[in-house]
Design a protein around this ligand. Structure first.
Ligand code: NAD
Length: 915
């Protein structure tokens, strides 16, 4: 038969050559002129054992040649193979554009009945697409056949010549007869040719690969278990494999086969030890990891939960986090923008939960694959398992002492009247004896002062047997007396809200002052409210009418410390944020805080003269806007988030806009009482309820918002994710729900499954395990060395498996990036993949001419790809030449006992650290 093979990569070249070997006349076509020139000159562009001789022989015997022109080759062939690349798009689903382009070129030029065989790995339904494309342009009859390729690089010739089976999807008898004849030389009883419909054949390829991936990931998890339980995965693997129902192949654990994350400034609401806080992912990671954890790390965490949402549930809920990850992302980031103004920056492959307007059913899509019109959920309603503390909260002002830079000697305590009497009763002698151990320079004088003035320093309180009940405190420099504890009731949260809207904290020297600045004429009531609150606490508050503001101020280091350092409210409008304490407080207190904020900086207006009403709030602090959006979300309100610059400003203003009659009505307590009636009247004039614009699902459950834009931009910074078993999601900035991350590969099948409304849960786990697995070697090294900074690491093996130079999705990439990212110097060796690797790593990795040169002087040696030449190295030589004798065996090929006996420290996968 005369055969054309379009696409002369691994698959095309092997297919063409093997078919020529059985006597057919084959021309391999490729658009890459250099490749064709190399082949014509007798060279071979890829590394594949045995291929070169086979190519040479068939070329010499006139059965195989090469061309750059489909047009010239196709007119008189019986069979045209398509073997062009189908690189994974960002969604993991194969990019069909090369296949369809090749199909069209074939279609244009066939001169007689031709069987077009698709060997590329393509999504289900592609054969029909190819037939359609060819049908549009072909002038001769044709059939399209699906014939997925299962060859393994490194053993490709053998796989092609002695396949386990040949899968052919065909819908015509004529084509079936041609294919049966073509493959007859390769078919044996045990190695059948399986004819089926094209869709089944296309799916078989993905199903088989995913099953293998599942076995590997399963085994990798067993390996993890072995390490923790002191077992050896090698024994466990053999014990399992000997069961015929299970079998041995693909039960080898290793450094992973084949990640996605959010930018560090995105936020999550986390709960730990009963306290909830809203925190940026980067700060959360740092707080969990401490300063010494390297740039790329996955932390197993326990005892902390994140606000998450189970697709389909009404409310969000707190769920335990299993791991927090950080890695450096160098490439492109995607900003996902939605209606209602939510924006989240993530890697292009970060998955999102998508639904429809009504909120169901839910599927998944990767960020880069989102389209305007996809619906994303914004969490709404309080967490199902929120623990609200309804007992009144007493704030201890003395707790502000440390953060405010005060020591006990600087804090003056004014005891309650009862305790003043107690002091008097003690008398100078008693006081002197009590405080003697503190060693005051003028003991007697000091005792006199105490008895006379009835004031003590904080460190003297307990030696004197006093309590702090009913006491007041001031500081040496700031005379203002404040209570030592403050009841955080609704009035307090209102004042905090007003501070976040209109306040700041100033310092001059060692004095600190909290100030609220109101409109000089229109906000007298608010100034009165703040001043009254402080006076009711017995705290001196100054009210000053200035030309542009009406200012209330309190000069107290302790109160300033409470506001700025303990509650972390921020010292000025740029740093303002919602205090974390509020997340665990009852709704009335949250509303009080929100109403303080809104009264200070919010407004309401009629849309286009009415009757629709919107509530608006503006701030220059993104953190404050995020916190308020989440507080509102907690109350079931979804506000729009608008970011923009006012004309004279140099920073962004964040506007929160609440619209929709029912939403506005529920927030009436945020507007001044005198305006409420007007708003009610206006809303009543609305004939029918105005649904809030921009989002669906007005009832309960999450608010579904449409994607408006996907903005791509260059990005080089750490990215973060959390693993939340159970829901696999978390609620991030502005309340938007995102899926947690999962890596590439196997994704194609997942994406297809999602496309038809099936959530392939098992594969999601497979992906996660795999991604984790790729990081284990580096994590082991970090655990061993503490830090990799300044160490030299030898790496053996770069290709994704032995006997090939293919590095696409090779674990070595993750391993080496992890090593470099942690400050190690990498010296690598691979028998054939060095050139390909050099293009990936550039000058960041040193390539050694032989394995021992890579290991010489190294602090550790990593085995990543199990080439045969690495299996039995000269360990004595390694021991002598390495700087530190530490081995990380990513493929479990070395005999742990033997190398340990030689004095190496050995780390394998799934092998207990000690023998
Ligand atoms: P490859 O990238 O090595 O080769 C593809 C070749 O096609 C390239 O040389 C490219 O220049 C050429 N090409 C692209 N468009 C062309 C056109 N219109 N006309 C002529 N040539 C064109 O890819 P590969 O690894 O051989 O894989 C090919 C397909 O087989 C993919 O779908 C892949 O998923 C599948 N597959 C690969 C393997 C494997 O181990 N490599 C195994 C099974 C299946």
């Amino acid at each position: 038969m005369k055969i054309a093979v379009i696409g002369t990569g691994y698959v095309g070249l092997v297919t063409g050559t093997c078919l020529a070997e059985t006597g057919h006349r084959v021309t391999c076509v490729d658009t890459d002129e250099r490749k064709v020139a190399t082949l014509r000159a007798g060279g071979i562009p890829i590394y594949e054992p045995g291929l070169e001789e086979l190519v040479k022989r068939n070329v010499r015997d006139g059965r195989l040649d090469f061309s750059t022109s489909t047009a010239e080759v196709v007119p008189d062939v019986d069979v045209a193979f398509i073997a062009v690349g189908t690189p994974p798009g960002e969604t993991g689903e194969a990019d069909l554009s090369y296949v369809l382009a090749a199909a069209e070129q074939i279609g244009r030029h066939i001169g007689r009945y031709t069987v077009i065989v698709n060997k590329s790995t393509v999504p289900v339904g592609s054969a029909e697409k190819v037939a359609e494309v060819v049908g549009r342009v072909a002038k001769a009859p044709f059939d399209v056949v699906s014939n997925p390729e299962f060859l393994k690089e490194g053993a490709a010739i053998d796989d092609f010549m002695r396949p386990d089976r040949i899968v052919v999807g065909v819908s015509s008898e004529r084509a079936r007869a041609v294919i049966a004849e073509l493959y007859a030389p390769f078919v044996r009883t045990e190695q059948p040719i399986l004819f089926m419909d094209p869709r089944s054949s296309e799916l078989t390829k993905y199903a088989a690969n995913s099953m293998l991936a599942t076995r590997i990931s399963f085994m990798n998890d067993i390996a993890g278990l072995c390490e923790r339980m002191g077992a050896d995965v090698d024994h466990v693997r053999r014990g399992m494999g000997s069961d015929r129902r299970i079998g041995y192949p693909f039960l080898f654990p290793g450094a992973g086969f084949g990640g996605s994350c959010l930018a560090g400034e995105e936020t999550v609401l986390v709960r730990q030890g009963g306290h909830t806080r809203l925190v940026e992912l980067q700060n959360l990671f740092e707080s969990l990891a401490g300063p010494d954890v390297p740039p790329t790390a996955a932390l197993r965490v326990e005892g902390f939960e994140v606000l998450s949402w189970r697709p389909g549930a009404l409310e969000p809920e707190f769920l335990p986090v299993a791991a927090a990850t950080r890695r450096t992302h160098d490439g492109e980031a995607v900003e996902v923008r939605t209606k209602m103004g939510r924006r989240v920056v993530c890697t292009p492959d970060h998955p999102f939960v998508i639904g429809d307007r009504s909120g169901a059913p839910f599927g998944l899509k990767l960020a880069a694959d989102l389209h305007p019109g996809d619906w994303l959920p914004i969490a709404r309603g309080g967490a199902r398992n929120a623990v609200v503390e309804s007992r009144p909260l007493e704030l201890d002002l003395l707790a502000a002492m440390g953060p405010a830079g005060l020591v006990a000697e600087n804090v003056i305590v004014h005891p309650s009247i009862r305790e003043e009497m107690q002091l008097a009763a003690l008398g100078t002698g008693g006081v002197r004896r009590a405080i003697a151990p503190l060693g005051h320079p003028r003991g007697r004088g000091r005792a006199d002062d105490v008895v006379r003035n009835r004031v003590v320093r904080l460190h003297e309180v307990s030696p004197l047997g006093l309590s702090l009940e009913g006491a007041r405190a001031s500081t040496v420099k700031n005379g203002t007396r404040v209570p030592v504890s403050l009841l955080a009731d609704e009035a307090f949260w209102r004042v905090v809200g007003l501070y976040l809207a209109e306040g700041h904290c100033s310092s001059d020297g060692r004095r600190r002052r909290l100030a609220w600045s109101f409109h000089p004429t229109r906000e007298q009531d608010l100034a009165d409210e703040v001043a009254r609150f402080w006076r009711d606490q017995g705290v001196k508050a100054d009210v000053r009418q200035m030309s542009t503001t009406l200012q209330v101020s309190v000069s107290s280091r302790l109160l300033a410390g409470l506001f700025v350092d303990v509650l972390e409210l921020g010292a000025d409008c740029y740093g303002h944020r919602i205090p974390d304490l509020i997340w665990d407080r009852p709704e009335e207190e949250r509303r009080a805080l929100l109403s303080g904020l809104w009264r200070g900086d919010g407004s309401w207006s009629l849309v286009g003269g009415g009757p629709s009403v919107v509530l608006e709030f503006g701030t220059v602090s993104r953190a404050l806007a995020d916190g308020m959006l989440r507080l509102l979300g907690d109350l079931g309100i979804v506000a729009r988030w608008k970011v923009g610059r006012t004309r004279r400003s140099t920073v962004d203003t964040h506007w929160l806009v609440v619209s929709g009659a029912s939403q506005v009505e529920r927030l009436l307590d945020l507007v001044p009482p005198r305006d409420r009636k007007g708003i009610r009247v206006s809303l009543a004039r609305l004939g029918k309820r105005t649904a809030p614009t921009g989002w669906g699902a007005d009832g309960e459950g999450p608010a579904m918002v449409r994607v408006t834009e996907i903005v791509r931009r260059p990005f080089r910074a750490p990215v973060y994710s959390l693993e939340v078993p159970g829901a696999e999601t978390f609620v991030t900035t502005g309340g938007l729900v995102v899926h947690n991350c999962f890596p590439k590969d196997v994704r194609a099948l997942m994406t297809m499954a999602r496309g038809v409304g099936l959530d392939f849960d098992l594969l999601r786990s497979v992906e996660r395990v795999n991604e984790r697995q790729k990081r284990t070697l580096v994590e082991k090294a970090l655990k061993h060395f503490g830090s990799l900074q300044g160490l030299t690491v030898g790496v053996w093996g770069l290709a994704f498996k032995p006997k090939t130079d293919d590095m696409r999705e090779a674990p070595a990439i993750t391993v080496i990036e992890g090593l470099i990212g942690n400050g190690a110097k990498v010296r690598a060796h691979d028998p054939v993949a060095t050139e390909v690797a050099a293009q990936i790593f550039g000058g960041r990795v040193e390539f050694a001419p032989d394995p021992y040169a890579a290991a010489a002087g190294a602090d550790a040696l990593f085995l990543v790809t199990e080439w045969n030449e690495f299996r039995q190295p000269d360990f004595e030589l390694l021991k002598r030449t390495m700087k530190q004798a530490v081995l990380f065996d990513g493929r479990n090929v070395w005999d742990a006992r033997k190398v340990r006996a030689l004095g190496f420290t050995y780390h394998g996968i799934g092998r207990a650290a000690r023998e």
